[in-house]
Ligand binder design. Sequence first.
Ligand code: HPA
Ligand code: ZN
Length: 329
Amino acid sequence: MDTFLKALPKAELHLHIEGSLEPELMFGLARRNGVDLPYQSVEEVRAAYDFSDLQSFLDLYYQGMAVLQTPRDFHDLAMDYFRRAASEGVVHVDLSFDPQAHLKRGIGLDVQMEGLLGAMDEAERELDLSTGLILSFLRDEPVASAAEVLEQAQPWLDRIDAVGLDSAEMGYPPGPFAEVFRRARELGIPGVAHAGEEGPPEYIQGALDDLQVIRVDHGVRCLEDPGLVRRLKEERVPLTVCPLSNVRLKVVERMTDHPLPRLLAAGLTLTINSDDPAYFGGGVLDNYRACHSAFGWGQETFRQLARNALEAAFMPEARRQALLTELAV
Ligand code: HPA
Ligand code: ZN
C-alpha cells in the first residue's frame, strides 16, 4: 500500500507555503537575516508545536514567518517544500500565501511575488511539478485591507489562480468579504475560502452564497447541516480536507474520530491535503498514509481522492488530462 500511495500522482490543493517552513530552514533564514528567534534549537521549536486550537497555532505561524525578508527567502521556502513534495509523488501544488501577514512586517508584495514566482517556475522546469497560486486574505484583518491588497496585486493577475480567505475563523464570517471576492471575479479570478474548520456550517453556506467560492477549504463541519451536505454533493463542490491538521488543532481528538468516512459516505467531492506540513506533522503522503491507517481504505478510494484533486486543481487542461491518464493505469 505504501508503494501505491507514494506512486499515486497526487495534487495538493490546500497548502499554506508559510506553513511549510521547517524549523531547520527557519534557523537558517534567521541566521542569514540576523533575526532573533525565541528558540535555542530545532528540538525546542518542535516541542513548542503543541496546539490547543487554531489560534494557538496561528500565533506561532505568524511568529515563524518573520524570518522571511527577501525574495531569496521566499524562493528558498517554496523550493524546499516543492522538493519534499516531489519526492513524495506530488505532481501539482496549489499553494496559498498570506500577503497581508508580510506587508504588515514591511515586506512588499513585489518581494513576495518575485521569490514565489521564481520558485514556481523552477519547480515546473526542474521537478516536473506544476503549481497554482492562491492569494489569501486574512479574515481577522479589515475588509479594506483585503481590497487594497487585491488592487496592489494587479501587475501579477495573470499568475494568480484564485483568491482565498484564511486565519482565525470563529467570529469572522465570510459575508463582509463579498465585495472583495466580487471584484476578484470581475478581474477574472475565482475564489476559495476556509470555512467549517472551527466555524459553523453557516460559514460554509456564506462562502458559497456570498463569496461564490468554487472550492471550500476544510468544510468538515458541513455534516452538522444535512441540507448543506446535499447542496455540496449536488453542486460537486470540492472540499480540501486536511486530516492531520484537524487532529493537531483539535478539531477532532484523534484520526479514528475524523469525519472523513462520513463525508465520503455522503458522496462529497473530497481531497486530502496537508495545510501546514511543517507544523502538523507531515505532507500529503503522510496524510494519505494516516487515512489508510485509520480507515483502512483500499486503492480505489485513494485513486478517487487523487482524481478529485487533479480535476479540481488550477492546472492547464493538457497536463490535467495527462495526469488523469497516468492515474488510470
Ligand atoms: N486555518 C486558517 N488559517 C490558516 C491555516 C488554517 O489551517 N493555516 C494557515 N492559516
Ligand atoms: Zn488552511
